[in-house]
Design a protein around this ligand. Structure first.
Ligand code: UD1
Ligand code: F6R
Length: 371
């Protein structure tokens, strides 16, 4: 049921304040003698000690689910102190890459049925790793075959392009980082800020959804373009990859997410006065580096669209022709949840304006059950 919406993708984008609330429900609790709240993930509580003792945490997934894990990787590294590596499921299988008994392998999948992810799970089970699932579908193959896991509880996702599952996956993995990190003194400030940020996140998401009309106007400007680049780094490298994936899969426009630190190693050659470029430059540890990226793109007459924190437009935009997308600032590890939303809206409006099928992009299936 699409309710008041024209498409499932539109409905699922707009219901993110509610889906995120459901994802967190019952999982941020008062921690006994502590005043501050703490994270309780029922499905993991008996396994946290093993995960903390593992030699490595390996995230495994495909497409949007891989991107969600990439967004959560920095906070997991910071809070857990355990090395975190990333594997695209098909690539792990192609290489028969090393997975060890001492590893915790975390399988991220909205449907819980993706063939590549499921085969990677079988491979990791054979190799003796502790296998953890992060899925949206109770009773799915991945939920059943993992040793333990967390349901993201985002509600059924019908649009082929994943939107609300992505943001709920990031939130669950941020909670996973908090749970693994535990109540150590060294983590205390970060932990409390992140928990407060999680509690307020649905409000910030409601705020960023007000950019809907602005993103429709931007889509009108970009309707006939051949390509769109998205530059991000740090917490928002994943946002660049995921924003580009949305544009490419539904609007059928070439789009590429680029790690901004790699700009000079090739992508800079593409920059001219015609190619539109989104640069994500919200306030976090990478902000000043992104300011310098913006200056260098501007010096080559790049057509810039800068995503920045509220109030920063004048400071980050180098010239008249630069457009700004101002988003609410949140705790750095949660910023990817806010930042993807204008790009989801942009992809949605671009698709409708270009006259393509939003909920069923050509050649794609919701759940990829073949290799
Ligand atoms: C569980 C209940 C929830 C109830 C809550 C009350 C289910 C599905 N969930 O939620 O309805 O409100 O207790 O305390 O009945 N698991 C995997 N792999 C996965 C995902 C999950 O093995 O990919 C396992 C978990 O380890 C756990 C079980 O499935 O044993 C349920 O997981 P989850 O729904 O996340 O647990 P709770 O949040 O505790
Ligand atoms: C993109 C998209 C796909 C899926 C991928 C993995 O919007 O939906 O990239 O993310 O096929 O699917 P799951 O998460 O079901 O394993």
């Amino acid at each position: 049921n699409k309710g008041k919406y024209e498409h499932y993708m539109q409905k699922e984008i707009h219901e993110q304040p509610e889906s995120l609330t459901t994802t967190m429900r019952g999982r941020l609790i008062h921690g006994g003698s502590h005043k501050a709240k703490t994270v309780l993930l029922g499905g993991l509580k008996d396994h946290l000690k093993t995960i903390r003792r593992s030699r490595r945490i390996v995230f495994i997934g495909c497409g949007t689910s891989y991107n969600a894990a990439l967004a959560a990787r920095p906070i997991l590294e910071e809070l857990s102190g355990v090395p975190v590596t990333m594997e695209v499921a098909s690539d792990l299988l192609d290489r028969q890459g090393p997975i060890y008994r001492e590893d915790t392998a975390v399988f991220v999948s909205q449907s819980g049925e993706t063939a590549d992810t499921l085969l990677a799970l079988e491979y990791a089970l054979e190799n003796g790793a502790l296998c953890v699932g992060i899925t949206n579908t109770v009773g799915s193959a991945i939920a059943r075959h993992t040793h333990c896991g967390v349901h993201i509880n985002a509600g059924a996702e019908i649009g082929v392009a994943s939107t609300k599952a992505y943001t709920s996956q990031i939130v669950v993995m941020a909670m996973l980082a908090l749970a693994i990190g535990g109540d150590t003194i060294s983590n205390e400030a970060k932990r409390e800020a992140t928990i407060d940020g999680l509690i307020d996140l649905p409000n910030k998401v409601r705020e960023v959804l007000q950019l809907d009309q602005e993103m429709k106007d931007l889509a009108k400007l970009l309707i006939a373009e051949q390509s769109l680049l998205v530059f991000g780094r740090g917490y928002n490298y994943a946002t660049a990859l995921e924003g580009a994936l949305k544009v490419k899969e539904v609007a059928l426009m070439h789009s590429e997410g680029i790690l901004a630190g790699e700009m000079k190693h090739g992508p800079l050659a593409l920059v001219d006065e015609n190619l539109p470029i989104v640069v994500i430059a919200t306030r976090d540890a990478c902000f000043s580096k992104q300011q310098s990226v913006i200056q260098q793109l501007h010096a080559r007459k790049g057509r810039l669209i800068v995503m920045c924190s509220k109030g920063d437009a004048a400071a980050v935009c180098p010239g008249e022709s630069c457009r700004a997308i101002e988003v609410p600032q949140v705790e750095d590890c949660l910023q990817p949840v806010v930042n993807i939303i204008p790009l989801q809206l942009l992809a949605y409006h671009l698709t409708v304006l270009r006259g393509f099928n939003v909920d069923q992009p050509r050649n794609l299936a919701k759940s990829v059950t073949t290799q």
